[in-house]
Design a protein around this ligand. Structure first.
Ligand SMILES: C[S@@+](CC[C@H](N)C(=O)[O-])C[C@H]1O[C@@H](n2cnc3c(N)ncnc32)[C@H](O)[C@@H]1O
Length: 642
């Protein structure tokens, strides 16, 4: 085999990196993720692995008994994996290490896994690519070992030390007193100067785990501190969120070069040997009292470097602030804070934005089973809209040739909308209303006839012209409400703004807030279980196939083989949202679907019956999450349905 590790009984960093590249191609790039993850040997070709559909079938088959061991065995029994392992020179040690490493990546598919991979644009200015980050899928208590977020650390061989010198996954182990290569899922954890977790060695075989140092909320990025001087001296090139907030590291503002006046002042001060204003002793060079004193020169150099960096950022068109991690605004803490109605409504709104993206790329989903209730639209106003602009209801992003879903999400989050409760009376709100009414008269398409509007919509769709942000709508007076309240107008609005005809339902669902499933019994504890239990029962008995496996119509969707759901799956996801609302279960997957509901496919959003929460997962992470009470509350549906 071209790149199989050398015949040797020792387990070297070369072996680890080769295994890791192979396994990330097979188990992460092909199935799980929408960007190829960073490889240790980017230029190398890896041997062919099993097809995504074979793997998907494998996962589904073993998801029901939630046995990681069974899954690993089945994986190792696949012909392509067998031949890869056979190439490992019949060295039991290597085979054992390969299996252990495969197990680490396979464990990421465990439905109970408390984290997921996401993408971040935070480091793009330097790395020029989207990078991976790790996000919490459920609250993680301080002191908890994060289950399945593990890796393997091996001392760098001298050969690797030369070739991989600048590689990202090399860490210095104080315990071993040498540089090590660390690979496995925990290599995706980024650095933060105020981290919420830390790496911890488990046992004496170089197994690394990640332990939370404080409570981590759903959707929060899991970060560790690599070292104090990892990103330059005192991490001054660090691009973490903490540095961004503090204006440190990469985000430190360049100090302006001293003005000529202050320079001459400091020069005369230095000539007389006086301490400068800032309190630092100015260097005195009795021979050359010109501007080229080293501190000044350094200042200029620093300033230029920073200016260069800023220009680079501008060229890349990366918003300086805030840099966001995706997924996604919908995962932000506030959306999940315990469920007063208003919070819920925000959740729904964002969820529908997501779905808007998703649907616009081809995954239409039925929402016919949903009833909407409890009008709530008066509760909020969009305070970010420019003065006098009639409020715009969130619509889907433009489709035509735009950036893909993830990018859009990121772009959106750079100018987040702020929703706040709206004042009900008072002069202020009256003037707002006045402005809105005026703006509505001037701008809204409601002044056109409905035939005209339809004609324009059709024309826009044909020509591919993006529809201007038409800001239908919303004044707060009764007349405005009545206008907007009519189904026809709402439908039309959607047609105008996006050209996607099926969105009205969704926008309405978001807009009206709370959703109710038709088929939820009043005393049903787990709304979706009623739908799915019987089918699941049959499935387990082997009577019907578990789900219809559909290919996603979006050709950019790397998770297309995982899209499996029963019939009209939309209602099940909604059920999940409903479940979240009712029981305050913090389920990131419910709304965080980025690419064609990858999560829905992988983690299974239908919620079948509750089993006893006994987990069969074994291995290095056995003790993990013992103390995590959230774990026990989670529906075992996560374990059962893929
Ligand atoms: C161990 S990897 C972490 C996972 C990585 N983001 C990926 O996509 O595979 C470390 C790399 O992440 C990026 N990185 C992580 N934290 C960073 C930080 N605070 N500042 C700058 N770059 C960071 C750098 O590109 C670094 O080489």
């Amino acid at each position: 085999m071209a790149h199989s590790p050398a015949h040797s009984t020792a387990f070297l960093s070369t072996h680890l990196s080769t295994f890791d590249d192979f396994l990330t191609v097979v188990l992460v790039d092909a199935l799980y993720f929408w960007i190829p993850v960073h490889k240790v040997h980017p230029g190398r070709r890896t041997p062919r692995g099993p097809s995504p559909s074979t793997l998907t079938a494998l996962f589904r088959a073993h998801a029901y008994d939630s046995s990681l061991t069974a899954l690993v065995s089945a994986f190792l029994a696949l012909p392509s994996i067998k031949s890869y392992v056979a190439g490992l020179s019949h060295t039991p040690r290597l085979r054992h290490e390969f299996e252990a490493h495969a197990r680490r990546y396979l464990a990421m598919y465990s439905p109970t896994v408390p984290f997921e991979l996401g993408t971040t644009e935070r480091y793009r200015a330097v790395s020029r690519r989207s990078e991976t980050c790790v996000l919490a899928r459920r609250p993680i208590a301080a002191g908890t070992t994060i289950q399945h977020l593990s890796g393997k650390m091996v001392a760098l061989s001298p050969q690797d030390e030369k070739s991989l010198k600048r590689d990202f996954s090399i860490i210095y182990s104080h315990r071993l007193g040498e540089s090590c290569l660390m690979l496995g899922p925990c290599r995706f954890v980024n650095h933060d100067c105020n981290p919420n977790a830390r790496f911890m060695a488990q046992g004496s075989h170089g197994v690394v785990a990640v332990v939370a140092v404080r409570k981590i909320e759903v959707g929060e990025e899991i970060t560790v501190s690599y070292a104090d001087n990892y990103f330059g001296k005192k991490n001054r090139e660090c691009m973490c969120g903490t540095c961004e907030r503090r204006g440190k590291g990469f985000f430190e503002q360049p100090r302006a070069p001293p003005s000529s006046k202050s320079r001459s002042q400091s020069r005369s001060a230095s000539e007389s040997g006086v301490t400068s204003e800032s309190g630092t002793e100015t260097e005195v060079d009795s021979n050359t009292s010109d501007d080229s004193s080293s501190e000044y020169e350094n200042g200029i150099r620093r300033h230029r470097t920073r200016a260069r960096k800023r220009r680079r950022l501008e060229m890349l068109d990366i918003p300086d602030k805030p840099m966001s991690v995706s997924p996604h605004p919908s995962l932000s803490r506030s959306l999940w804070s315990a469920s007063p109605k208003k919070e819920l409504i925000k959740t729904e709104e964002v969820a529908v934005e997501n779905y808007g993206h998703t649907f616009s790329s081809g995954c239409r989903r039925s929402t016919r089973n949903l009833q909407v209730r409890a009008p709530v639209k008066k509760d909020y106003e969009d305070v970010t809209a420019p003065k006098g602009t009639p409020r715009r209801i969130h619509g889907p992003a433009k489709r035509a040739n735009g950036p893909d879903i993830c990018e859009r999400v990121n772009m959106r989050s750079s100018h987040k909308r702020v929703l706040r409760p709206q004042a009900s009376t008072g002069t202020e709100s009256k003037s707002v209303r006045g402005r809105q009414r005026h703006a509505a008269r001037v701008k809204t398409p409601m002044s056109q006839t409905s035939t005209q509007r339809k004609k324009h919509a059709v024309r826009d769709r044909r020509t591919g012209l993006s529809t201007p942000p038409l800001s239908v709508s919303e004044t707060n007076d009764d007349a405005g409400d009545a206008e907007w309240d009519s189904d026809a107008d709402a439908d039309l609005y959607d047609t105008w703004t996006s050209g996607i005809l099926f969105l009205p339902d969704l926008i309405y669902n978001a807009y009206w807030g709370a959703l109710e499933l038709e088929n939820i019994g009043t005393d049903s504890k787990f709304p979706c279980s009623q739908q799915s239990t019987s089918l699941l029962g049959d499935t387990r008995a082997g009577i019907v196939p578990p789900f219809q496996t559909r290919k996603c119509a979006n050709k950019n969707c790397h998770a297309r083989f995982l899209l499996a759901r029963r019939g009209r799956g939309g209602e099940l996801e909604r059920a999940c949202a409903e479940y979240v609302r009712k029981f305050d279960v913090k389920c990131a997957a419910a709304v965080a679907c980025l690419k064609c509901n990858r999560h829905a496919g992988i983690y299974g959003l239908p919620w079948p019956e509750i089993k006893s929460p006994a987990s069969n997962d074994e291995g290095d992470d056995k003790s993990a999450e013992d103390g995590n009470s959230e774990e026990a509350q989670l529906p075992v549906a996560f374990v059962s349905v893929w």
